[in-house]
Design a protein around this ligand. Structure first.
Ligand code: RNT
Ligand code: ZN
Length: 423
C-alpha cells in the first residue's frame, strides 16, 4: 500500500465515522455504487460521426463544435480510446452504441438491412471487457433524413424505410441482450419537427404513434431488450415544433409501458429533470436518463458535478428508483480531449450518485414527517460540507481507478502516443 493509499484509507475511516453518526453506512454506499452501471455513449469519441463513410452531415439538429485533434476514425480506434477512458473511470460501465457505428467491412449496408452480424465486433469486444451494450437506431446523418423527417414523414416510403430501420435495431438490441445476459436498452430519438410554425401539428404526431406501434408490435423478450423513447422540446431547425414532445412520449410510454428517456438538455433552459423522476415513474415502468448539460440550448456540454446533476442523482436515490433507472450519458464536446471528456462526465455522474447514496435520508424523512422544516434545512445545508471527497477517494481506490486528477497524466500520455498521430 502506497503512502497515498494509506492516507486515503485513514481519511476514509474518519469520514465513515461522520456518516455513521448520521446513520449512514459509507461501505454500503460504496458497494452500491460499484454495482450501479453507467451507460457511456460511444459518440463522444468521434463527434457523433459513426463509420458509414461518405460525407453525410450529422443533421437532425445535432451540432458538434470544436476541432480538438484525435477524433476516432475507425471502430478499432474508438474501442482503444474507450478502453483508455475506462481505466480512468471507476465502477461498472456499459457502452451505448448507435446504429451508424456498424461494422460492414467496407460494404454499404442500408440501415434497414443492418443485422446483429454487423455488430459482432462490438459484441465480442464488449464481452471481453465485461461491458453491457445499449443501442440506438440512427435517424439522422442519412440522405433520407436530410429534410429532418423520419418516422413522422409525410412520404410513406420514407416512413417505411425508417420503420424497417427501427425493427432491425430492435432485433440487434435483442441479440446483444441475449449475448450479454442483461437487457439492451434500445432508445428511439427522432429529429422530426419544423423550423417555423406548422399548421398541422396533429398529423405528424398521429403518424409517429402509428409507426411506433407497428415497430414495437414484434414481441421481443424484456430480458433481451427494452424499448425507450426520448423527447425533445426543440432542436436546431426544429425550433417551432418537435413531433416527439415530452407530452407525446410520456403518454406513449405510459399507455404502452415503455421506458421513458429524459435527456437533461431537452427541456426549457431553466427546467431540470430531477423533479420529473418521481412524477413519471408513477406511470412508466422504467426510466432512461441521458445525463447531459445544456448551456442555453441543448448544447450537450460535458456533464459536471453541478446542481442539476446532483439533484437528479438525489431524486433517483431518495425515491428508491435506482433499480428502475438506466443511467446514460449524452454529450459531445470536440473542443477538448475527447477521452478526457468521457472521464470527466462519467466521474461527475458517479460522484453525484455517491453523494446521494451518502445522504442520511431516513433521518431527514423523520424530520419532514414531524414538520421540523427548520432542522431539515439546517441539516441539508450542513451535509454540503461533509467529507464526501474522502469516501470518493476510497471508492476510486477500491475500483482500481486513479484518485483525484491523477488520471490527467494518463490522458496526456495517450494523447502524445496515440491521438496526436491521427490527422
Ligand atoms: C438528440 C438526443 C439523442 C442524441 C444521440 C446521439 O438530441 O439527445 O439522444 O444525442 O442519440
Ligand atoms: Zn439524448
Amino acid at each position: 500500500m502506497s503512502l497515498l493509499d494509506s492516507t486515503v484509507e485513514k481519511s476514509y475511516s474518519i469520514a465513515a465515522e461522520h456518516f455513521e453518526a448520521l446513520g449512514v453506512d459509507a461501505d454500503a454506499a460504496i458497494e452500491r455504487l460499484l454495482a450501479t452501471p453507467v451507460s457511456i455513449h460511444c459518440w463522444q469519441g468521434d463527434d457523433v460521426g459513426g463509420f458509414e463513410g461518405g460525407s453525410q452531415a450529422i443533421g437532425g439538429g445535432l451540432a458538434v463544435t470544436g476541432a480538438y485533434p484525435g477524433s476516432a476514425r475507425t471502430p478499432d480506434e474508438l474501442r482503444a480510446d474507450f478502453e483508455q477512458a475506462m481505466r480512468l473511470i471507476p465502477g461498472a460501465k456499459r457502452f451505448n452504441l448507435h446504429a451508424s457505428y456498424a461494422e460492414t467491412g467496407g460494404r454499404r449496408v442500408e440501415r434497414n438491412e443492418l443485422t446483429a452480424e454487423h455488430f459482432q465486433g462490438w459484441m465480442d469486444w464488449a464481452h471481453a471487457h465485461g461491458l453491457g451494450l445499449d443501442f440506438n437506431p440512427t435517424f439522422f446523418a442519412h440522405p433520407l433524413a436530410e429534410d429532418g423527417w423520419t418516422l413522422a414523414a409525410r412520404d410513406e416510403g420514407v416512413r417505411r424505410f425508417w420503420m424497417e430501420h427501427a425493427v432491425a435495431c430492435r432485433r440487434i438490441g435483442a441479440a446483444m441482450g441475449a449475448r450479454q445476459g442483461s437487457p439492451c436498452v434500445v432508445n428511439v430519438w427522432i429529429p422530426d419537427g419544423s423550423k417555423d410554425t406548422p399548421i398541422d401539428r396533429r398529423g405528424p404526431r398521429e403518424r409517429l404513434i402509428a409507426a411506433l406501434d407497428e415497430i414495437f408490435s414484434e414481441e421481443l423478450p424484456d430480458e433481451q431488450m427494452l424499448d425507450a423513447v426520448e423527447c425533445k422540446l426543440f432542436g436546431l431547425g426544429s425550433e417551432s415544433y418537435v413531433v416527439g414532445s415530452h407530452e407525446l412520449y410520456l403518454g406513449y410510454a405510459a399507455t404502452r409501458q415503455k421506458v421513458l428517456c429524459l435527456d437533461a438538455g431537452h427541456f426549457h433552459p431553466t427546467e431540470t429533470i430531477a423533479d420529473k423522476v418521481s412524477a413519471v415513474l408513477q406511470y412508466v415502468p422504467r426510466l432512461l436518463l441521458h445525463v447531459s448539460r445544456g448551456v442555453r440550448w441543448d448544447s450537450d456540454h460535458v456533464v459536471i458535478l453541478d446542481d442539476a446533476t446532483r439533484a437528479l442523482a438525489q431524486e433517483v436515490v431518495r425515491g428508491g428508483y435506482l433499480d428502475r433507472t438506466h443511467l446514460g450519458l449524452d454529450f459531445f464536446d470536440a473542443s477538448i480531449n475527447r477521452v478526457a471528456a468521457w472521464v470527466i462526465g462519467a466521474r461527475a455522474v458517479e460522484k453525484a450518485l455517491l453523494e446521494a447514496l451518502l445522504e442520511p435520508v431516513d433521518r431527514w424523512r423523520k424530520l419532514e414527517a414531524t414538520d421540523d422544516r427548520t432542522a431539515r434545512l439546517a441539516e441539508l445545508e450542513d451535509f454540503k460540507s461533509l467529507p464526501v471527497g474522502a469516501v470518493w477517494d476510497a471508492y476510486c481506490l477500491r475500483a482500481g481507478a486513479p484518485l483525484g486528477f491523477q488520471w490527467m497524466p494518463e490522458i496526456r500520455k495517450y494523447e502524445r502516443e496515440v491521438l496526436s498521430s491521427r490527422t
